[in-house]
Design a protein around this ligand. Sequence first.
Ligand SMILES: [Ca+2]
Ligand SMILES: [Ca+2]
Ligand SMILES: [Ca+2]
Ligand SMILES: [Ca+2]
Length: 939
Amino acid sequence: MLCIGYQLREGIVSALLPQRRFLHTYSRGDQQIVQVHNSVYSGYSWLTPRTKKSTVMSSSLHRYYAAALFFALNLCACAPSGTEAPASTESIQVSPHRHIESPDWRDQIVYFVMIDRFNDGDASNNDQGTGEYDPNDPAKFSGGDLAGVIRQIDYIKGLGATALWMTPPVANQWWDGMIQYGGYHGYWAENFKAIDAHFGQLQDYQRLAELLHRQDMYLIHDVVVNHTGNFFDYNGTYDAADPTQHFFINDDSTPVKAPTQPPFHLNDIRNPEHREAGIYHWTPIIRDFGDIEQEKNWQLSNLDDLNTDNPVVRRALRDSYGYWIKEVGVDAFRIDTAFYVYPEFFHDFMYSDDPEAPGVMRVAEQTGRKQFHLFGEGFGIDRAFDDSVTRKIDGYMRDETGRKLLPGMVNFPLYGTIQDVFIRGRPTSEMRYRIETMMKAHESPHLMSTFVDNHDVERFLASGDITGFKQALTLIMTLPGIPTIYYGTEQLLTEQRAAMFAGGYQSGGKDRFDRQAPMYKFLQEVIALRKHYPALRRGTPKLVADNPAAPGALAYLMEYPQQTLLVVFNTADQPTLMSNVQWQTTQALRLKEVFSSAGTRHELTLKPGQVLNRELAAREFSVWEVLPTTDKPEVAQSSTSVTLSIDPLPSTSYVGDVVLEGSIKGLNTAKLLINGNLADAISVQADSNGRWQYRLDTSSMINPNQTHRVVLWSEKTGVASSAQEFTVKRQWQPILQISDAAGDDKGPFARYRYPLDASWGTSKGLDIQNVSVFTSGSALKVSVKMAELVAAWNPVNGFDHLVLTMFIEMPERDAGARALPFQNAELPDNMRWHYRLRTHGWSNALFSAKGAGPENEGTPVSPGAEIEVDRSAKTITVSIPAKSLGNPPSLSGVKLYLNSWDYGEGYRPLGEQPTSHDFGGGRADEPRWMDQTKVIVLP
Ligand SMILES: [Ca+2]
Ligand SMILES: [Ca+2]
Ligand SMILES: [Ca+2]
Ligand SMILES: [Ca+2]
């Protein structure tokens, strides 16, 4: 189904693929050895005489302790001048803390650190002298390192975390001039077996592992098997029959121009020896993520794709990663970009019996780790009520025959629904579906990583609020999965990769390791709750309340032998009624509140079979322990004689008003609640026969797929009627159709040009062809037909490379704005806008003009618009409920104006020359639209 309406506070997912692309498109890094081998920077004098080949390739299993000792001593003796060599004796000897038994991973809480942005413990390694270091530049190294992480172990442990996951510490391509971005993040390896010079030395990593183990904490190593950095590429048309055509080596790479680790250095297809070795796929950049051949074998962004079918590559990767288990004592792997490698690869990676380079599970077993953990990244989210990405993710944990692959995967679909429900105010039924689906689809959901933020997505707080953030964190702390806290969550960071230390990028000039910060304390409390109750870590969720058409109540039990907890949220901005919750019929129950947003500790008793009805304050959340009891429930006297009812409704959809009726006994009035909303409760009165009736206006119920729920409620007695449900399929009247000239997608001066990246296709994607307008009462539906509709980056809304912005002027309404925010233009024909809808592949955001200006988008409006996309018909259709337009009496005289552009991190730049994703043919300050409609006036 293609009904994805994004509301209120949109944003996060909008950044998903483009940002992913952004970051994996740009990376690099390196290590001392590398520089020695390549001497790219003459005059750089620090050297380490060890060759990584001698230590790296020779480390067979039975010798790994000895090798580690040798390595550590060697490192210590040969530390570059000017670098202080840690002098601790425990890092010179192989510590008994290096190898420890695996924990039960279901019980772990992970803290995730981007090394370069977390803490700087050694300023002398920050600037390696190639221009790669600049803490004011988000694309460059900021100075964080392993020594810095070591200094903050207590801070991490203090939160309650039990495991540390860090971005890859390995030697990276430091700077890729081709795309003007650096490998400070660690995902652009040039050597999978060496520590990057910016981060420290092997010894530091060993020391970190040992110190964590001493604290009963575990270390997760971030693994890339899909690609190296960007050392080669293609220009011009790719010819699969002759991949040497248009191939070039990326000369604009520092500190090395090719990986230094064998066999990954064999990367030039024009060299017969390299070609014969077949280490790489030598393919261009993925253009169509729906094409499995491209997905698995082409370059993700510019990153050189390894030939992971080649046994030589497989052996080198097993060797590279077994190394970190043996030499450092890492306890788990997180696998980057798993979707870009066939699932079958991982069976070999884990279980190969190659004596030279055994599978990593074999290596782990030999270090005493019987439950070595691996979890893969499958970057993709599902649409509401869809599970296709969920199933794809499951394909990495077991194959069709049931053979086990990776023990866990990152739970991206749950993340996507967290965003929708706790930021965008989507109905809580979407979360119910997601939780039930993940439990059904996966064999071991308890071993999947759950998260609210990570390094590849916009932070929650960039568009969500703190209460929603706390709800989202409470959700992952009370559901199956291994909760992962991205660094800075506890300090309310809003920038994706801001530094926690004063000297780093966007630090705000101060260290931010504040253990008194309110969010640090909140996390301590909710993590302690999870640790206290095994049901929260190991139990099975059973959904007992949701809201199918609006934000509101969400509740689930976590059931575990001898222990049951009830978790309750109200996701709405207004009070809501959670009604008719029932899971127990034979026993009386005592509910003890053990955690709540309000700090309350209520207790309730339910008699056998009694339903739970409870008013929830706006955005309230709580956790209750559920205990059997023999206590007598306190039932209000008056309620025994009160009954409320709503007559059953027909199962067909309504097209207009809904007449609701029923009976009230024992009272005169009751409240009629639509979708649980207490703020807009309707008071209904019993007639002399105890009957009541109400005619409900459905003009704002524009999504025909949503089920609306009505309940009659008596606050005083705590009695609720059974719920009745209905759907509304509005009749839309076509009222206007205009066509727009073909081929006029050239901007206001007919001279703009499209960006150059191949994913733009034939570059007609911004040519508006046709606009059709429909109304239903005062609800508005606009359908826009484009000359072409592209979906290059697997966008959630089904199209990308296009932002449509629609401006709406309400007749006879004051104020409004003239400016087109961030588009360097004003509305034509003296039009003013009161509402503005910005729609692209990842977002569909409705704003009012309040506060709007050239650099201000206005104020988010809820509920937002629904969107439907028909790729084959090249149409994008948006529907706006009457309520969101201020319930105007009619839409006659309403003015509309639309234009087209593209959106990355904001409206894309315009310059004299087009670049891969920037528009050309204009000045930066000229209007940013390619095509526009005239001002459309509704009759
Ligand atoms: Ca440093
Ligand atoms: Ca490349
Ligand atoms: Ca691949
Ligand atoms: Ca046009």
